[in-house]
Each structure stands twice: as C-alpha cells, then as structure tokens.
Design a protein around this ligand. Structure first.
Ligand code: NAP
Length: 233
C-alpha cells in the first residue's frame, strides 16, 4: 500500500517511531528516521530493512538540520511523501511544584513539543509545496484537548499549541496539495507502560494503521482522538 513512498519520522529512535517505522516498511515504504542521538537511532535502524531505511542525526527544532534531513532523503530515495512528527518525552507539572521547576519544564516542553513540530512542519510544507503534494502528521496527545488531565500544566498546553499550529497550517495550505493532520493518543502501549495498564493503552500499531489507511486520503481528518483511557504515563 505504501510501496515506494518515503516517510520521514522525527523522534526516530523513540518507542512510537520504532513501531511506525516497522509497520511502514512492512507496507513497502522507505523510512527516514531522525533524532539527535545517532547511537539510539542506529539501534532502531538495525531492526529495519537496510534498503528501505535511512537514519540521520538531526535536531527537529533546528531548521538547517531538518533541511538536511530532507536533502539526504531526496538523495537516497528521490523525494519525501510524508513526515510524522513524534518527538519528546512527557514530564508532569502540577500546582505544588516550585515555580523554578515548573518554568524549566515549560521551556523544555516548548522546545520538545512545539518548536520541533513548528520547525519540522515549516520545512516540510516548503518542500511539499514545491512538489505539489505531501502529508504532515503531528503526534500530539489527548492532553491537547483534555485540560482536565491533572499535572499536565506544561505538556498539555504545548501539545494544544502544536495542534493549533496544525489547524492553522492546514488552513493556509488549502489548495496546495499538502495535507495536515493531528493524532491525539492517550497512553500508548510502549515498554514504559506498567504491565497492568498495557491492555487499556493505545496500541502503536493502531496509530500506524490509521496513518496507512489515510495516507492517500484527500479528505484526511483534521485530527483524531485515540483515547481508550484517561490514564497518563
Ligand atoms: N508514549 C505515550 O504514551 C504517548 C502518549 C501520547 C502522545 N505521545 C507522544 O508521542 C510522541 C512519541 O512518544 P514516545 O513514547 O515514542 O517518546 P520517546 O520514546 O521518549 O521518544 C522520544 C523521541 O524524541 C526524540 N527527540 C527529543 N527531542 C528531539 C529533538 N529536539 N529533535 C529530534 N528528536 C528529538 C528522542 O531522541 P533524542 O533524544 O536522541 O533526540 C526520541 O527519539 C511524543 O510526542 C509524545 O508526547 C506519547
């Protein structure tokens, strides 16, 4: 279904990216994994078919480095058809934390969840508009639309900002052939999840399946909430 398509994935060494990359390559796609640590990326790349895989060390919040990812991908595979943005890890911030800690988390979550999506999607839309097509997928979180989740004073708002950015981009890109969507999972079943919570968590294969199903959908939904449980990691 994705034969000869090329999909770049930021946060490429992460737990979700690992499953997305596996499922996409099984469907015939090439994957371009990027995140900052090459040694962590290599561990994931080594599990994938070498002829369908490229790993590039890059910070998704650095425009030059993201441009290089697209250039390296084009040299290797011809072009990029889609980008999935899956960077950063979650930390809790609540009203009893010190303002110093809360403020440090606010900075870190801005960098990890908003700036990475901003820079990567900005570069992607420029490349995709020149091609006349392309798909931008942001992995935000159910926290983007559920302010009632506790101890999410920096994660939720930054995820909401990245979702709002996707809505604005989608609006601006109407008629260009570039499509934009936002996926809002609850806790995903990764090795970080406690064994008793795994059955209720969102399966990463279901996220991959949704992207595969909508890969060529001209009317791809603006967002999808994947929320079997409200328990956060
Ligand atoms: N896991 C869940 O339950 C869950 C639920 C809802 C939403 N999400 C979202 O899904 C996404 C993936 O989650 P995950 O569990 O797979 O996370 P993860 O295993 O912690 O992986 C995070 C990845 O992001 C990379 N990263 C961090 N900052 C980066 C930057 N500036 N540039 C490039 N890469 C960067 C990390 O590699 P380096 O440090 O080497 O760069 C790592 O590859 C996140 O956005 C998360 O908020 C996760």
């Amino acid at each position: 279904m994705l034969k000869d398509k090329t999909i770049a994935i930021s946060g490429g060494s992460g737990e979700l990216a690992r499953v997305l990359a596996r499922e996409f390559t099984l469907q015939g796609a090439n994957v371009v994994l990027f995140s900052r640590s090459m040694s962590k990326l290599q561990l994931v790349a080594d599990t994938l078919p070498p002829e369908q895989t490229l790993a590039v060390a890059a910070d998704a919040s650095n425009a030059e480095e993201v441009e290089q990812v697209f250039e390296r991908a084009a040299e290797r595979f011809g072009n990029v058809d889609a980008v999935v943005m899956s960077t950063g890890s979650w930390a809790q911030v609540g009203i009893d934390d010190s303002v110093e800690d809360a403020s440090a988390h606010a900075d870190a979550h801005y960098e990890a969840f908003f700036k990475t999506s901003f820079v990567t999607s900005f570069v992607a839309q420029q490349v995709f508009r020149a091609e006349g097509h392309g798909l931008i997928v942001n992995i935000s979180s159910h926290a983007a639309v559920k302010p009632e989740l506790t101890r999410n004073l920096t994660y939720g708002p930054m995820k909401a900002a990245s979702f709002h950015l996707m809505k604005a981009l989608r609006h601006e890109l109407k008629g260009t052939g570039v499509r934009v969507t936002d996926i809002q999972p609850a806790t995903i079943n990764t090795p970080k999840v406690a064994p008793d919570k795994r059955a209720d968590a969102i399966q990463p294969e279901d996220i991959a399946g949704w992207i595969i199903e909508h890969f060529n959908d001209k009317d791809i939904p603006e967002s999808v909430l994947m929320d079997k449980t409200s328990v956060m990691l």
